[in-house]
Ligand binder design. Structure first.
Ligand code: HEM
Ligand code: LAN
Length: 454
């Protein structure tokens, strides 16, 4: 007779599953984007799924996603979910190991070290590293583009974001340490208990210890040299929290690891996918070469920050790559207080998620969503209905601070490459997506290239 209060509060529809505990994990793992798109078709913009004992509730499309991006960290909490994965990689005292108000101060410190005058300094460094790296490719051939981007971007990100002292000691040992460290961003680390003695966990922990020693030395070197460089290392050494406290060497080292990890996977996958989109479309490649000639002259003058900024077609190609292949396929928060969206209630304990690749292909917002079309941004839709339809860098209080650096880095590398080589797919093969890694990488990413003749 008496209606329970709960009956007026509907939980989101649950995607059915047959294996208890595991839930939809296997199906999701095979192709998460397709899985989410199908669920969206079937259940609409809010739905839940079960995986490994947890409930994940996705909010899809700009309207429903607004709940996620406008939320306070006390209501939808990031560190509770990301901390387990990220803190063993960066170490304590930074990012998701500290209260969000402190992390916000740390983000602000980075921001002061990443402005236009820094980018002007970065461009020649990026060019030098890129030119040098690709000497080994010779005049023509077929090579693994993703491997090259990953190796190059460790060097460029280190040089630009970590400073000279650290770039100088970046030898094979350190590259191996980075690789062990980022082996920490894995599905095992995500899903399994942290105390398990897995080899990848041990390698990660050992690498963190050793890297920090190397960074302590570099920081010490900078402190005692009296050298006053204008770079992020200097910014971090001089920075203070609101209460006047300086960062400890341990915090600086953790942030330097964080900067590298942030710039590494995201930019190397984006740079590689961009290469394949260009290799696939010769007309687009030709238009990009025209843009290079138009901006840099014939023969090419040295590429400056201003020139990079003016390469608007290249800019839109990066933007379109980030729409179709955003490196971060899911952002997550732990629901701490009951939330309401689109008539549903999301209770505490659910993990609420937004998926950039899904929002960025929603049919009612995006025309021909699966076509790579950089010109779609020429007449931008500026209505608030689509505010969260394009979110490769997130939005709100957790938004990325590295967007501009990432654009400068990827555009500079590709300006150099477009000036040097002509690219083609190998026998028409456009890489499939490897969904097994947390940041989706291209499968068998071999590209064909030869010196550009004109
Ligand atoms: C946050 C993407 C490059 C530093 C984020 C988030 C996304 C993202 C989606 C939001 C995560 C969330 O809300 O859960 C990307 C992409 C990049 C990129 C696609 C390149 C193509 C960088 C670079 C840096 C950086 C180069 C540093 C120089 C950060 C930081 C945050 C962040 C500090 C804040 C996390 C938080 O507040 O919780 N990034 N990122 N990112 N990113 Fe990036
Ligand atoms: C990452 C890398 C992993 C990534 C996935 C798990 C793939 C994603 O599904 C959720 C978001 C997450 C955890 C993510 C969030 C932001 C991170 C941690 C990063 C992009 C790597 C580096 C970045 C971090 C905030 C950079 C700043 C570091 C400091 C120490 C201040």
């Amino acid at each position: 007779r008496f209606r329970q209060n709960a009956s007026s509060k509907n939980l989101p529809p649950m995607v059915p599953y047959s294996v208890p505990f595991v839930g939809s994990a296997v199906q999701f793992g095979l192709n998460p984007i397709e899985f989410l798109e199908n669920a969206y078709e079937k259940y609409g913009p809010v739905f839940s799924m079960k995986m490994m004992g947890s409930v994940f509730t996705y909010v899809v499309g700009s309207d429903a996603s607004a709940l996620f991006f406008n939320s306070k960290n006390e209501d939808l909490n990031a560190e509770e979910i990301y901390g387990k994965l990220v803190t063993p990689v960066f170490g304590k005292g930074v990012a998701y190991d500290v209260p969000n108000s402190i992390f916000l101060e740390q983000k602000k410190m980075f921001k002061t070290g990443l402005n236009v005058s820094d980018f002007k300094r970065h461009v020649p460094l990026l060019i030098a590293e890129t030119v040098k790296y690709f000497e080994r490719w010779g005049d023509e051939g077929e090579r693994n583009l993703f491997e090259a981007m990953a190796e190059l971007i460790v060097l460029t990100a280190s040089r630009c974001l970590q400073g000279e002292e650290i770039r100088e000691v970046l030898n094979e040992e350190v590259a191996q340490l980075y690789s062990d460290l980022d082996g920490g961003f894995s599905h095992e680390a995500w899903l399994l208990p942290a105390w398990l003695p897995l080899p990848s966990f041990r390698r990660r922990d050992a690498a963190q210890k050793r890297i920090k020693e190397i960074f302590f030395n570099a920081i010490q070197k900078r402190r005692t040299s009296g050298r006053h460089a204008e770079d992020i290392l200097q910014t971090l050494i001089e920075a203070t929290y609101k209460d006047g406290r300086h960062l400890t060497d341990d915090e600086i080292s953790g942030m330097l690891i964080g900067l590298l990890m942030a710039g590494q996977h995201t930019s190397s996958t984006t740079g590689s996918w961009l290469g394949f989109f260009l290799a696939k479309d010769q007309a687009l490649q030709a238009a990009l070469v025209d843009e290079q000639k138009h901006i840099c002259g014939e023969p090419y003058r040295e590429v400056t920050f201003e020139a990079i900024r003016d390469m608007s077609l290249l800019d839109r190609c990066v933007k379109e790559t980030l729409r179709l292949r955003p490196p971060i396929m899911t952002m997550m928060r732990m629901v701490k207080t009951e939330q309401e969206v689109k008539g549903y209630v999301i209770p505490p304990g659910h993990q609420i998620c937004v998926s950039p690749p899904v929002n960025q292909r929603v049919k009612d917002t995006w025309e021909s969503p699966n076509t790579f079309d950089p010109d779609r941004y020429l007449n931008p839709d500026t209505t608030s209905d689509t505010k969260f339809s394009y979110v490769p860098f997130g939005a709100g209080r957790h938004r990325c601070i590295g967007e501009q650096f990432a654009y400068v880095q990827i555009k500079t590398i590709w300006a150099v490459l477009l000036q040097k080589y002509e690219f083609d797919l190998v026998d028409g093969y456009f890489p499939e997506t490897n969904f097994a890694t947390m940041i989706h990488t291209p499968k068998n990413p071999i590209i064909r290239y030869k010196l550009r003749q004109n």
